[in-house]
Design a binder for this molecule. Sequence first.
Ligand SMILES: [Mg+2]
Length: 329
Amino acid sequence: MPIALTPRPVPEIKHLGDVKTRSANKRKIICFSDFDGTIFMQDTGHVLFDNHGCGSKRREILDEQIKTGDRSFRDVSEEMWGSLNVPFEDGFEVMEKTLEIDPDFQSFHQYCIANNIPFNVISAGLKPILRRVLDTFLGEEASSHIDIVANDANISADGSEWKPIWRHDTELGHDKALSVQEARKEAELACDDGSIPLIVFIGDGVSDLPAAREADVLFARRGLRLEEYCTEHKIPYIPFDTFADIQREIEKIKEEDDKKTAGKGLPARFNPRANLWRRVSSKNAVPRYVVMSPTKEEKMFLWPEAFTELKTPSVETIEEAFPVGTVQG
Ligand SMILES: [Mg+2]
């Protein structure tokens, strides 16, 4: 299903106090964010598996099987979700009690709405769960402003069957579509009004690395794996403790961009690799990155839990996983 990245209507300027909001829209900013560990401090899947499914011990064994390559991500993920035997509503009770939202996420999200910044969730979780979590913690109206790109799910009424509906068929093998995308003209990278949006990515884990490399501005939760990777591999990033830090930084970046470019041409902080996401925003389409059959780096993106505990790989491994100038736009 296409995600709607079209900006919400800009509020009419009624008095001078609103001018800031309008000037903020000179350069369109688009946020893409991870969900588990980024917006919420816990992992929705883990909460469910540990309380209503295979349990934490079995989950650890399964995670290990993915890491060692004994079993495929898809296979193991299906076992984890398949181990659940709880109706959706009951399963949600434990999530409501256990999950903690970033203390400043809600005000950040209000800021996004007020400033016409589309906020999109990119997750390996199951969409119905993520939507329900957002509805509960933010309220349905606020939640409706967030588009979620994640796997869908079939959950039987009695809760005996939880089955992910994968966004793609792994049998398709490696997809070359990204190389084709690279050949596309820059004209495609612009918003409908011809301006070039600034792409922000927010994450916490190793799984976010492939997406993180595609951003103009990257935020990494402080003290976690994504930050460690960025430091180690000299990927520019801004650390954050809560979404209030992100809001503050975005304000600064907007000012900087305004001064340097007045919203014209390339953003002051421009990463050509972010063109992947710009295409998404310009074409109102689901990121092909997510839809395509998974290559190695996409697997990390789509099944982050399988990778979050991985030891820091060598530079060679990283280079192999994220070869420069190939799939990442
Ligand atoms: Mg995460």
